[in-house]
Structure formats: structure tokens, C-alpha cells
Write a protein that binds this ligand. Structure first.
Ligand SMILES: *[C@@H]1O[C@H](CO)[C@@H](O)[C@H](O)[C@H]1NC(C)=O
Ligand SMILES: *[C@@H]1O[C@H](CO)[C@@H](O)[C@H](O)[C@H]1NC(C)=O
Ligand SMILES: *[C@@H]1O[C@H](CO)[C@@H](O)[C@H](O)[C@H]1NC(C)=O
Length: 214
């Protein structure tokens, strides 16, 4: 079983799967030649998401969610590669005591309309004044969806929990209780976006930001 992604607003509006396209009738064979890519004017979505997306999401939402899920996989995969490549040698691993769990998934998560207005794409990491320390974890689709997926029991196997509340607490936890830190939902997200920023978004530099002294 894999997760279904719901668009809360679509469900709330009670639209369900009733998204038959009113312009489907206009599509005809001759129109195919007018585009460099195929346009079918159908409500059937031609996207290949990494995870199944619920049919209550319309095409517009499905395209964005597909990209968001792809970015989540990119983010998680890079964090894993960073650990495998550098292990304990990585300065980031040293402060994060990183650890990664499997990629299995089950159950469902609800995504509200507001997400579609606010979440940024991973390419914006280190842009728009973003810092790992100073900005919310859910700034990006990838961190937000990673967070959601970590709460899906068959991914986390019930092991990933909330132990720390913010960046400073997450760092403290990594120092004082590394075993717990490796299973902390926020620590995993901070680690993932921090190494993505350092390795990819702003190579060799990152955008961690300043940790306020307690
Ligand atoms: C898709 O659903 C969203 C959220 O309900 C809505 O804002 C948008 O207008 C819909 N798009 C289409 C093409 O129906
Ligand atoms: C578009 O689809 C039609 C019918 O499925 C196919 O014959 C045609 O080659 C496709 N065109 C492109 C550009 O993919
Ligand atoms: C996912 O979980 C199912 C059921 O527990 C298991 O059969 C499958 O091998 C798992 N897949 C991965 C990639 O871990």
C-alpha cells in the first residue's frame, strides 16, 4: 500500500472525482499537429508521480504534487548519499548525527490549498533570504512532504518522533542524546535541507544562518 495524497479543499468542496473536462469535445485529430507536445484536453492526468495521488486532486494540483514528491525523493536521496559518501567525516554529519530510514510508505496525508500558494521549490534553497536556522522547516515542498511522510507509520515504523522543537534544540539533542536525535523528525528534515544547501544549492557554503546563543 502506498499513500494517497488528498487535496483538502477539493474534498471539502465535495467535488470528488467529478472533474470531467467541459472542453474535451473540442479535441480532435487535427489539433495534435498544432503543438510540439501532445495536448489531449482530457481530465485524465499524464503525470508519473513517485507516489499515487488521490483522484480528488485536479490536473493542476497533480502536476505540482508530482514535482513536489519528486523533490522530496531528491532531498531524501541526497541526504542519504551525503551520509554514505562522508559518513562521520562530514562536518554536517558531526553536528547532525544523521541517520536514514527506509523508503516505504502507507496511509494518507491531506494537503491544503494554502500549501500550493506558500511552498517553495527546492531550487529556491538559499534564495529569498532563506536560512536553515532562521526559516520554517516547511518553507519547501520537499521538507514539508518529508515531514508528512515521516509521520506515515510504515515509513517511520513508529520510531520517528518529535523530541526537539527548533533548530537550537535539535542541535542540543544531537550533542546530548544522539540516539534520539537520529530519530527526531525535525532533526532529519534540518539535516536533509542543510546538506542539500551545502552540497547543491550553494556548494561548499550552504545557508545555515546564525544559531542564537541560548
Ligand atoms: C484545481 O483545484 C484547485 C483547488 O481546489 C483550484 O484552485 C483550481 O482552480 C483547480 N484547477 C482547475 C483547472 O480546475
Ligand atoms: C500525439 O498523439 C497522437 C495520438 O496518440 C500521436 O499519433 C502523435 O504522434 C503524438 N504526437 C506527439 C508530438 O507526440
Ligand atoms: C514495503 O513494505 C512492504 C510491506 O511491509 C514490504 O513487503 C516491502 O518490501 C517494503 N518495500 C520497501 C522498499 O521497503
Amino acid at each position: 500500500m502506498l499513500p494517497k495524497i488528498f487535496a483538502a479543499a477539493v474534498l471539502a468542496h465535495g467535488l470528488g472525482a467529478a472533474v470531467a473536462s467541459p472542453i474535451a469535445g473540442r479535441a480532435d485529430a487535427s489539433s495534435d499537429t498544432a503543438f510540439t507536445h501532445n495536448v489531449t484536453y482530457s481530465a485524465a492526468v499524464d503525470v508519473n508521480p513517485a507516489f499515487p495521488i488521490h483522484e480528488s486532486c485536479n490536473v493542476t494540483l497533480q502536476r505540482q504534487l508530482t514535482r513536489a514528491l519528486d523533490e522530496t525523493v531528491t532531498l531524501a536521496a541526497h541526504a542519504k548519499e551525503h551520509i554514505l559518501r562522508w559518513g562521520g567525516e562530514s562536518p554536517l554529519c558531526k553536528s547532525w548525527a544523521g541517520h536514514w530510514r527506509g523508503s516505504n510508505a502507507t496511509q494518507e496525508t491531506v494537503i491544503c490549498d494554502l500549501s500550493f500558494a506558500k511552498r517553495r521549490w527546492l531550487d529556491a534553497t538559499c534564495g529569498l533570504r532563506y536560512t536553515v536556522v532562521g526559516s520554517p522547516l516547511n518553507t519547501f515542498w520537499a521538507t514539508d512532504l518529508l515531514h508528512r511522510l515521516l509521520h506515515v507509520p510504515q515509513i517511520s515504523e513508529g520510531a520517528v518522533e518529535h523530541f526537539a522543537e527548533d533548530y537550537a534544540e535539535v542541535l542540543e539533542l544531537a550533542k546530548t542524546d544522539p540516539a534520539k536525535s537520529a530519530l527526531d523528525s525535525d532533526a532529519i528534515q534540518y539535516f536533509a535541507i542543510d546538506v542539500y544547501a551545502y552540497d547543491i544549492a550553494a556548494p561548499g557554503q550552504g545557508c545555515t544562518g546564525e544559531v542564537e546563543e541560548a
